[in-house]
Write a protein that binds this ligand. Structure first.
Ligand SMILES: [Fe+2]
Ligand SMILES: [Fe+2]
Length: 181
């Protein structure tokens, strides 16, 4: 940092041209996140179906946000002049598969089933929070302020979804589940 607080490394330079390795890392992470969000558009309705009504409502609400997040990523591809490509996110595939197995190990219509759905969902949300948080920071480093702002919007939605799931677990589901055992 110089005296003005700006990073001299990037002063008067186009990060997009001067930092190809960092930009490629950004682009690859973006393609994986695009795959992950599209994957969630398909898997979230199954999670909602497996849940009690209050939990299903929260998941359906987040499904609508997830569709918006897909659109935001498409906008980022556009404003950074990249082809709109999805690259398989191994981590998200594993998390959703593990979640399905966990949910299937519980009985339908029970509070224990809801606990399993919340556990699976929060693992997904935490991964998304890590992805959006690191990608937003990387966008700022690359001088992509508009992109960073879009990523931060989605980051806030992921954080809010996580908080909501915790509230449902604390206020309803976990206590009910203890009554079943
Ligand atoms: Fe998301
Ligand atoms: Fe999410």
């Amino acid at each position: 940092m110089d005296k003005t607080g700006s990073n001299p490394k990037f002063t008067n330079r186009s990060p997009l041209q001067e930092e190809p390795a960092l930009l490629e890392l950004f682009a690859q992470s973006l393609r994986e996140l695009y795959w992950a969000e599209n994957h969630l558009v398909k898997t979230l309705p199954k999670m909602a179906l497996a849940s009690s009504s209050r939990l299903a409502g929260a998941i359906e609400e987040h499904l609508e946000e997830t569709k918006m997040q897909v659109s935001r990523l498409e906008e980022i591809f556009h404003i950074t002049n990249q082809k709109m490509l999805a690259q398989k996110c191994e981590a998200m595939e594993c998390l959703t598969k593990e979640g399905e197995i966990l949910i299937e190990s519980t009985d339908p219509g029970t509070a224990t089933r809801d606990v399993a759905v919340i556990m699976a969902s929060q693992k997904v949300e935490h991964h998304e929070i890590a992805c959006y948080g690191t990608l937003a920071q990387l966008a700022k480093t690359l001088g992509l302020e508009e992109t960073a702002a879009l990523l931060e919007q989605s980051l806030e939605e992921e954080k809010a979804a996580d908080v909501k799931l915790t509230e449902i677990a604390e206020n309803d589901v976990n206590y009910e589940a203890t009554m079943e055992s």
